[in-house]
Design a protein around this ligand. Structure first.
Ligand code: SF4
Ligand code: MG
Length: 333
């Protein structure tokens, strides 16, 4: 497998005021392989959208690297290189309406990237290209002359997808692309994204707030909590053999009607709210809500380790240096 992206200890902090720093993304590392869909999941405020935007270079990284085809997109680059990066990486947004200019026709919205990158030389070529894109996403030529408000949510998302595809990207960050859509429409958009991936060899970072949403589309999944990565694994491993207590809790919250989710596990309920990312707990950030927390969890930050092949976790339960308390508890039971 070829790595398309390698994210290395990426941080994105925002200075809220003189004293307060919001550590939205606070040191995450993982890889995305060419042609796969990587699902990134976590509660709102966990930093997943910020991570997506920083990977896309819509935000400057505070530190760390995002290597795209071996080159750090946050390194100093010439205008030419930046333009190439911008063309290779595109984004689809949660609310397509907010991201589509209301006074532009659909045709011009879709053609924006084509114009910026000078991909065609005649008006006719431009129109042909736009029409082909509209057809690809299940719209037609007539739709090109209309305005975003004339379309339903699902259709608007198709326009957003056409716009992203217009520059022939390799990698697309889809930030909660189906969360705002009716359930009946969600599957259509997911199927369209899958079809496009097969046809064009696209790689996706698919951001969602719960695990059931990314289950059917992701090859691998990452779970974020409060600016950190809790776990990364193949979908199969993550759904059937979750390691991190947070992942286990998220999975046990998926409604029983999903027959594929193993129900043999004990129901884990996490209590309390997510602490503020301006003042995260010491040690393990999940410790204030973790049903399995040990004393060490308050003092030592868990290491990001590859516990089994391609299954990464940050939790002291999987570190023999620190899990004596847990083992003793288990023996006592
Ligand atoms: Fe829970 Fe400790 Fe693991 Fe954090 S490190 S998830 S507090 S057991
Ligand atoms: Mg978000």
């Amino acid at each position: 497998r070829e790595k398309l992206l390698e994210i290395k200890d990426l941080k994105k902090h925002f200075q809220v005021d003189k004293k307060i720093v919001l550590k939205a993304v606070d040191g995450i590392s993982f890889s995305i392989y060419k042609g796969e869909t990587f699902g990134l999941v976590g509660e709102s405020g966990c930093g997943k959208s910020t991570a997506g935007r920083t990977i896309m270079r819509l935000y400057e990284a505070s530190s760390g690297e995002v290597d795209f085809q071996g080159q750090n997109v946050h390194g100093k680059k010439s205008k030419r290189e930046l333009k190439d990066f911008n063309r290779s990486m595109q984004m689809i947004f949660q609310d397509p309406y907010a991201s589509l200019s209301p006074r532009m026709t659909v045709k011009d919205i879709v053609a924006e990237g084509i114009d910026i990158h000078g991909l065609v030389s005649t008006k006719k070529e431009r129109l042909n290209r736009v029409n082909a894109l509209l057809e690809t996403v299940g719209l037609n030529q007539q739709h090109g002359n209309r305005y975003p408000h004339e379309f339903s949510g699902g259709q608007r998302q198709r326009i957003g997808i056409a716009r992203a595809l217009a520059v022939d990207p390799e990698f697309i960050v889809a930030d909660e692309p189906i969360s705002a859509l009716d359930v009946s429409i969600q599957a259509q958009v997911v199927n369209l994204l899958k079809k496009l991936q097969e046809e064009r060899g696209l790689t996706y970072l698919f951001i969602a707030h719960d695990l059931s949403m990314v289950k059917h589309i992701s090859d691998r999944v990452g779970v974020m909590y409060l600016g950190n990565m809790a776990e990364v694994a193949s979908s199969d491993d993550l759904y059937h053999r979750p390691l991190h207590p947070y992942t286990q809790a998220l999975l046990s919250a998926i409604p029983v009607s999903d027959p594929e989710v193993e129900r043999s596990r004990e129901q884990i309920v996490i209590e309390g709210d997510v602490p503020s990312p301006t003042d995260p707990p010491s040690g393990c950030r999940f410790r204030t809500r973790c049903p399995l927390a040990m004393d060490v969890c308050a003092n030592v930050e868990p290491e990001w380790q590859e516990y089994t092949e391609d299954h990464w976790v940050a939790c002291h339960l999987y570190n023999d240096k620190y899990n004596d308390e847990y083992k003793a508890r288990q023996t006592a039971q």
